[in-house]
Design a protein around this ligand. Sequence first.
Ligand SMILES: [Zn+2]
Length: 88
Amino acid sequence: MFILKDKTQLKNAIAKALKLRPRVEFDCFGRYRVSGSKGYYTVVCRKDERGYKTVACTCKGAEKGLPCYHAAAALSLHIGLARRQQTA
Ligand SMILES: [Zn+2]
């Protein structure tokens, strides 16, 4: 799990996501399944009680607190959906 502060921390992960183009499946708002090298990973995006945006992924990298490309791929969908919710 890591806390999302700004886009620069995701720069490498976004570049990797654009290169590998993982499949992102919508589960429910804030919860996505992303294809990876060993099957699907679950990415959960939410705001914690302090108002921080947290992103959790079930892969090994995210367990160590590293922004992974699964999270980057899921976030691009999540941010779009969050925007649509606000404007709806
Ligand atoms: Zn991951």
